[in-house]
Design a protein around this ligand. Sequence first.
Ligand SMILES: N[C@@H](CCC(=O)N[C@@H](CS)C(=O)NCC(=O)O)C(=O)O
Length: 250
Amino acid sequence: MTKPIELYFWPTPNGWKISIALEEMGLPYELKPVNIGTGDQFAPAFLKISPNNRMPAIVDPDGPGGAPISIFESGAILQYLGRKSGQFYPSDERARSEVEQWLYWQVGGLGPMAGQASHFVNYAPKLVDDQALIEYGRARYVNELNRLCGVMERRLGEAPYLAGDYSIADMASWPWARIADKLGQDFEDFPKLKDWVDRIHERLAVQRALKAGEELRQKQALSKEEVRDAAKHLFGQTANSVNGAKSKQG
Ligand SMILES: N[C@@H](CCC(=O)N[C@@H](CS)C(=O)NCC(=O)O)C(=O)O
């Protein structure tokens, strides 16, 4: 029996990309919680697997040549799992390039921009007393996310899924796109995007992925104090602060 893939995970959009892929592909996996609100991402053992101190990451005990392999960066993980399972990542060059364009669009654009929009909508208002100071950043990222939702809306008018057929590119974009309404967007302006969000949400594998590790999820609306506590670990990171956190963790 092959050993399960270890998924270093916290229930956030980046984490769900990989639990969705593992569920869709029917690959056995085991969740290894990385509590990013309390600093688990700086532990030396985790940095060996994920040198960027971010989750998700995986360890596949049954990697190439039968030896273990660790992988960080959600896009690289999705490509690895797609190649391993032979699913949702076609081998035909034209179809594969289509998937890769939308996958890279997600990891280079939608993910970082939605992440910044989330920072300015959900966190900055609880961290900065003078709200005028955050307005420029909030508008910049909420507008950029709006533009990206428009890109998906146009694309989904041409094809049912981002790369034509359902693929790892959809698995990467869906966890962020589905919360666009919580990040200053109105789904009424993006009906095709909303339909795609709903179609993917109905998939049983996606429902199982959302359930996995659900108990790790904190309540949605954090108090000012809770946000300030998590912010000590999550925000204002520098090369020195990461090294300092690392040495504190032994
Ligand atoms: N580019 C990375 C982004 C991953 C990422 O930003 N993960 C966040 C959680 S959603 C994280 O681990 N944050 C921990 C930290 O900021 O220290 C990927 O696609 O895997």
